[in-house]
Design a protein around this ligand. Sequence first.
Ligand code: PLP
Length: 392
Amino acid sequence: MSTAPLDFTLSAGPTMATPRTLAALGSPIVYHYDPEFIATFHRAEEKAAKVFKTTNDIVLMQGEAIVGLEAAARAMTRPGMKVLNLAQGVFGKGMGYWLTSFGAELHEIEVPYNEAVSPQAVEEYLQQNPGIELVTAVHSETPSGTVTDCSKIGPIAAKYGAMTLIDAVSSIGGLEFETDEWQIDVVVTGAQKCLGGPPGIALLAISDRAWERILDNPNSPRDSYVSLVDWKLKWKQNEAFPYTPSVSDVHGVESVLDQVLEEGLEQAIARHAAAARATRAGVRAMGLELWAASDEIAADCVTSVRLPDSVDHVEARTHIRNNYGVMLSSGQGAGNLLRLAHMGPSARGMYPIVGLAAMGQGLRDLGMQVDIGAGIDAALTEIAATRQAAAV
Ligand SMILES: *Cc1c(COP(=O)(O)O)cnc(C)c1O
């Protein structure tokens, strides 16, 4: 197989990176206690706080976003503690398995993986089950292409005295997320989704309340690669790294934060929404079925398309890549579906058309009836409407 880069990576992360990001990743590797690098690290934290919309502490952990999620879940739970986990997809369900293995008393609201847990269901559950200390949720369930309403769930949890731990890995930088306004205690993201950065750093925002809980918790990991306590006591209080940060990735992360802040966070969010609108319109007009139960809960960073039993999602992904040079994502455990991502650089310009065209013809090759022309028409109409609205 050819090792040449693909023409188009429209997968649900890692995404394409801009030339500016690639250049930043190629900047000189410096000693991590070089004052230049210390300054870079602080700047990256400050810029991340702006993108998280928070005044809370930012922690940049070296490793993929999962390291941040595991660190936060371990630090926030004790054996016997009541935790309410919202499961509307693969990542939410996985959090529940973790919480159980860390000894929490797991309470779970689970819905089919094309639906979203409603804030009302969370409120009712907390009302009927006093003593829940933590609510865990995934803001954007990437394999399903659905979102849950954290703007309501955050304040509801706070009202019942529970803290919140939110997986916002595929939303920060592309979907609206107001950490402080929504009263979210711990948020975790990665750089390789809507920010279009390298898949090597987890970014966390941690409230003062959450730090108190973490530092008081005897079960919170200490002297460990997944220790948030170490980051607080060593780095935040003494400017000593718990371990050597991935210098190149920090350069890449600072660059993608710069890019989103220069564009304007609101504008980046609007751009993801526009790409999603065009994609959904195209999918429908092709005669294909969207996976998300309603547009209201469809994520603006990735559009999931339901496949019939006769077409296997992994086979379709491979066929589309090999024949049209476009990398899409398959269902990754959520179901028999294909995903067209619009994340970071791919939430721009004609990329939705590229994804739709390759998917449409690929599915036709595999025996499905697809009206490609109608889909492209519909998506182009949306793209033009967005540009015209922006021009006035
Ligand atoms: C990408 C992603 C992660 C990180 O998980 P990987 O399996 O390592 O990609 C976690 N949560 C969500 C919602 C994600 O989209």
